[in-house]
Ligand binder design. Structure first.
Ligand SMILES: Nc1ncnc2c1ncn2[C@@H]1O[C@H](COP(=O)(O)OP(=O)(O)O)[C@@H](O)[C@H]1O
Ligand SMILES: [Mg+2]
Length: 383
């Protein structure tokens, strides 16, 4: 008997084994039959149909690598992955279910049929490939849903933190305007105000990080702006926060154009505060902005230690940067910044169809360069 025929004719028996196994997995210990079987029948029917479809060698290799054709609608395996997330399965438990399914189908089949012909072996290979494909689909959906849930969580957290933060900031501003307060109290109020501004920038980066992972990156709203004015504002603010640091600004060419001014300000501020924070203490931060014929080039340069090439590759990706840290450093990193600034810079620049790059050398120090084209190709139609 062909394996596909066997799967369909013995479906109930296979499902019973699946159910018996699933009921041993922690989140399903008290589950009912429907929850236990979930989409197993649909997954098996897809696999049986797949076994009956002729397939060339290339398709077979692609499937074994989990690169089978993408269905327009959600596949049974994808829906299964999503359901398993919602009942609290771990990734390992989803994998274990598939492992059990694979072994029970093959065991039951071998118990009924003597596997002798080349066709039987071909069926087994095809079955394994189809299970691999289904497992990959379930796991991809599982990982995607977890990522999305984490990002929604971060977005809500960031959003909720902003209101009390706004209230603190307002309170500090009221105190700062109170002429009757002694200078010591005013100093404290100023420190509170500055800290809320810093915190607001961190929360904004966090919100941008989480929301940009949920959709199509960071939204930009381009209007006619003067980047020189924005750049001056950022440098002045950095001076206020770090009066002891020297920041040089070099300006050249026409800097008016159609970009998202608030977002560009965020890019400039992130790069300048990085240069101050991560550069050599006491060194001069050199900022330059040049308006060329078809683009604007913004550079921030600081003295600092060489950044290793491997680190340069992950500098703009906080998740990877965090993941490749040894565990003991990750614990220590808890007291440092989240490291979202450069990620947000990269996303905003990408939304403007520009590029950001970094070089690090003994002679020139660390240089971050942003190039933004004057004409952003895909602008909103009503701009
Ligand atoms: N100007 C710079 N000079 C040296 N290292 C830098 C500079 N800017 C960024 N870095 C490195 O890149 C990392 C990521 O920067 P960023 O994304 O802004 O996160 P954060 O500043 O919160 O750590 C920093 O932790 C730092 O190690
Ligand atoms: Mg930073």
């Amino acid at each position: 008997m062909r394996l596909s025929t066997f799967i369909l004719s013995e479906l109930e028996c296979i499902l019973q084994e699946w159910e018996d196994f699933a009921s041993t997995i922690e989140p399903l210990v008290d589950a009912n039959k429907k929850e236990l079987r979930d989409h197993a029948a649909a997954v098996l029917k897809v696999i049986a149909a797949d076994l009956d479809t002729p397939q060339c060698e290339r398709e077979s290799i692609a499937k074994s690598k989990g690169l089978g054709p993408q269905a327009a609608d959600d596949t049974a395996a994808e829906i299964h992955g999503a359901d398993r997330v919602s009942i609290g399965f771990t990734g390992e438990q989803v994998m274990a279910e598939y492992r059990a399914l694979r072994s029970s189908v093959l065991r039951l089949w071998a118990g009924q049929v003597e596997i002798t012909t080349a066709g039987d072996i071909q069926d087994m290979i095809r079955f394994n490939e189809a299970i691999d494909q289904a497992q990959t689909e379930s796991m991809a959906r599982y990982a995607q849903m977890l990522r999305e849930a984490q990002n929604v969580f971060l977005a809500i957290l960031g959003h909720d933190v902003r209101s009390p933060l706004g209230a603190i900031s307002m309170g500090a501003q009221v105190l700062l305007q109170d002429q009757t307060l002694p200078s010591q109290a005013l100093k404290v109020a100023l420190r509170i105000f500055n800290s809320t501004k810093r915190m607001d920038a961190i929360v904004r980066d966090l919100l941008d990080f989480s929301t940009s992972h949920l959709g199509d990156g960071i939204p930009v709203d381009p209007i006619t702006v003067d980047l020189l004015e924005i750049c001056h504002g950022v440098v002045e603010e950095a001076h206020t926060f770090h009066p002891d640091r020297k920041i040089e600004l070099l300006v050249e060419g026409d800097l008016t154009g159609v970009w998202d001014g608030d977002r560009m300000s965020q890019v400039f501020a992130n790069l300048v505060s990085n240069a101050i924070q991560h550069g050599k203490p006491g060194s001069v931060v050199k900022v330059s902005i040049r308006g060329l014929a078809d683009e604007v080039v913004y550079e921030v340069k600081n003295d600092g230690d060489l950044i290793a090439p491997a680190r340069l590759r992950t500098l703009f990706d906080p998740v990877k940067r965090f993941a490749i840290r040894p565990p003991n450093e990750r614990v220590r990193a808890g007291s440092q910044n989240l490291g979202l600034g450069l990620y947000v810079v990269k996303e905003i620049v990408a939304a403007h169809k520009g590029e950001v790059s970094v070089t690090s050398s003994e002679t020139d120090g660390v240089i971050f360069s942003v190039r933004i084209p004057r004409v952003i190709p895909h602008r909103r139609s009503n701009d």
